[in-house]
Design a protein around this ligand. Structure first.
Ligand code: ATP
Length: 369
């Protein structure tokens, strides 16, 4: 009997290529640790839509609900399938189906990865960014209005230029007290479990977004009071972006709303050497969590065998960590570090000439448990 049943959705493009390597590494590490993993593959995604006009079947959420975790590659075939079908139905459908409210991106660069900071070493940096993933400015609330529309009457009065415009666009952020509280609590819980630094930094901009971020700040202070063993502080998002570059070693757990988190997580991908090295996951408290590297299906390099599988391999390690299997997670990370820092097998994005498969093989051969 398996200890964990994993649903695998390779998806499209390089998603299929990197997931194969992630599974190769994961299987080997789990076997050595005496942990039973079973994998069921689901062919959903943009390619599935091209063949069957279905990207995600209607009973997919019910099916996936039986698994301990979901491991996804990347979804989308831009130009062939509308993004609203591929990413929209599959990725966003699963995220909302299981209320995966915390998008988590570990920021732990590996010595030997492409490195853009002259004043810090990869070993100095180890933090995690948590992005609230269900509300905020991505709720699609608002509209485009003529200046004489009754909906924007009050807005027009705010600035003279508004009245001179042919059109007014309004985009509203929706922040719920419960939504903010649960992701901030999640951040403190993670800080307690991580590496002993136990520090949570809140991303805000309450000097400009007074209503939404004002509430966010208040909730952050309330939640922080529940965790007296954890340090806490906050930064405006503009200052935080600068600090990600100047003092990345000061962070432990960073929590942000959907919009700021989206931007900061891409900035943090640069800190670990680019999309080919950045792991990620969408965590739920009520259903299975979904672990996916943040990169897309990269149609420009699909089928060439040069996609970097490290992001997917580290994503598999992150999945094992979240399932409570630290030994397997650490063994995979250690093997990746050995392979990357010694330049044993690197894909072209990392300055090497190895294939996707060769990198997967090299990491598998290096696992020591
Ligand atoms: P999406 O909108 O789904 O994020 P995208 O096409 O905007 O997709 P990605 O596919 O994530 O962006 O990546 C942008 C580029 O970065 C790719 O076209 C590819 O050249 C490169 N890239 C992304 N992931 C990898 C990887 N794992 N290995 C090598 N190169 C990668």
């Amino acid at each position: 009997m398996s200890d964990y049943n994993i649903a695998v959705i390779p998806g499209d493009g390089i998603g299929i290529e990197v997931v194969a390597e992630g599974l190769k590494v994961l299987t080997s590490a789990a076997e050595r640790a005496g942990i039973g993993l079973s994998f069921d593959h689901f062919p959903w995604g943009a390619g599935h839509w091209l063949k069957h006009r279905v990207a995600l079947p209607p009973d997919a959420i019910e099916t996936l609900g039986a698994y301990d975790a979901i491991y996804l590659g990347a979804v989308g075939l831009p130009g062939q399938v509308p993004e609203s079908v591929g990413v929209g139905q599959v990725v966003l459908g699963i995220r909302s189906g299981f209320d995966q409210f915390a998008n988590v991106r570990p920021v732990r660069p590996i010595p030997g990865c492409p490195w853009y900071l002259g004043h810090r070493r990869p070993e100095d940096i180890d933090f995690v960014v948590i992005r609230e993933a269900t509300e905020g400015f991505y709720c699609n609330v608002g509209g485009r209005f003529a200046p004489d529309a009754p909906e924007v009457e009050d807005i027009i009065a705010l600035r003279s230029a508004f009245g001179e415009s042919a059109e007014i666009a309004v985009q509203t952020g929706i922040f719920s007290e419960a939504g903010c509280r649960r992701v901030i609590r999640f951040a403190f819980e993670l800080a307690r479990k991580r590496n002993g630094k136990k520090k949570v930094t809140s991303t805000t901009k309450s000097n400009a977004l007074t209503h939404a971020m004002g509430m966010w700040d208040e909730i952050f202070e309330q939640v922080a009071a529940e965790y007296p063993d954890c340090e806490h502080d906050w930064m405006h998002v503009d200052a935080m972006s600068m600090r990600f570059i100047t003092n990345p070693e000061r962070f432990d757990v960073v929590v942000a709303d959907n919009l700021f988190g989206d931007i900061l997580t891409d900035l943090s991908a640069a800190l670990v050497g680019g999309l080919g090295f950045a792991p990620g996951g969408n965590l739920s408290q009520t259903g299975p969590s979904m672990f996916e590297p943040p990169h897309g299906s990269a149609p420009d390099i699909m089928g060439k065998g040069i996609a970097n599988p490290i992001a997917a391999i580290l994503t598999a390690a992150f999945m094992m960590e979240m399932l409570g299997e630290m030994q397997v997670a650490e063994a995979i990370r250690a093997a990746v570090t050995t392979v990357v820092s010694n330049g044993i097998a690197l894909t072209p994005d990392a300055g090497g000439c190895a294939t996707t498969e060769q990198v997967g093989d090299a990491v598998t051969a290096t696992i020591a448990i």
